[in-house]
Design a protein around this ligand. Structure first.
Ligand code: GAR
Length: 205
């Protein structure tokens, strides 16, 4: 087995995607090692989960690091210190700064709960995404894993999964089925990266 891929997580809220990846690492479905968790939200489930799992957990935000560029520098330094190879955004509601993006260019992934480029961008988070999918009368939805660039929910798509929209779906019922697929798709995509089946230009192994 190749050396496990070192993962760094950024998450703002519950962290269920992050947990799914940690669990996949534990069972060996994902040959990777969760190395650090960063959250802008000191009360996030993601930080609580990280502490529970014994993974270094860092609260880094505009409050802890005020001033232009200071937070970006701290995030970049933390990821670098923990020798992170691939950065996983998992419900991270902030944009990454230029230093972090430049240092980890081509090896920052995000998961979004819709079939990008549809229903993505600023304001498309949580139930709002699924509400918009239902209002548009879409027949299908599903998660997207993509590389991150300077814009929200933007950058080359690495993988998508399809989930049928069912009659009578509410944002909550659709969200639950999409989230189950997010957990599966994110782990599978990272494992394809770990195996070299998906090649990230920024990743030296
Ligand atoms: C997930 O549904 C993820 O796709 C979404 O936030 C949720 C986080 O849930 N991300 C976005 O909407 C990004 N634009 P989690 O904290 O339970 O993983």
């Amino acid at each position: 087995m190749a050396r496990p891929l070192r993962l760094g997580f950024l998450a703002s809220h519950n962290g269920s995607n992050m947990q799914a990846l940690i669990d996949a690492c534990k069972t060996g479905r994902l040959e990777a090692r969760p190395s650090v968790v960063i959250s802008n939200n000191s009360e996030s489930g993601a930080l609580a989960r990280a502490r529970q799992e014994g993974i270094p957990a860092c609260h880094l935000s505009g409050h802890t690091h005020p001033g232009p560029g200071v937070l970006d520098q701290a995030i970049c330094a933390t990821l670098t210190h923990h020798q992170v190879e691939v950065v996983c955004l998992a419900g991270y509601m902030k944009r990454l700064g230029p230093q972090t993006l430049a240092t980890f260019r081509g090896r920052v992934l995000n998961i979004h709960p819709a079939l990008l480029p549809k229903f993505g961008g600023e304001g498309y988070y949580g139930q709002a995404v699924h509400q918009a999918v239902l209002e548009a009368g879409e027949k299908e939805s599903g998660p997207t894993v993509h590389l991150v660039d300077e814009q929200y929910d933007h950058g080359p798509v690495l993988a998508q999964a399809r989930v049928l929209v069912l009659e009578g779906d509410t944002p909550a019922t659709l969200a639950a089925r999409v989230l189950a697929q997010e957990h599966r798709l994110y782990a599978e995509t990272l494992q394809r990266i770990a195996m070299g089946e998906i090649v990230l230009e920024g990743l030296k192994r």
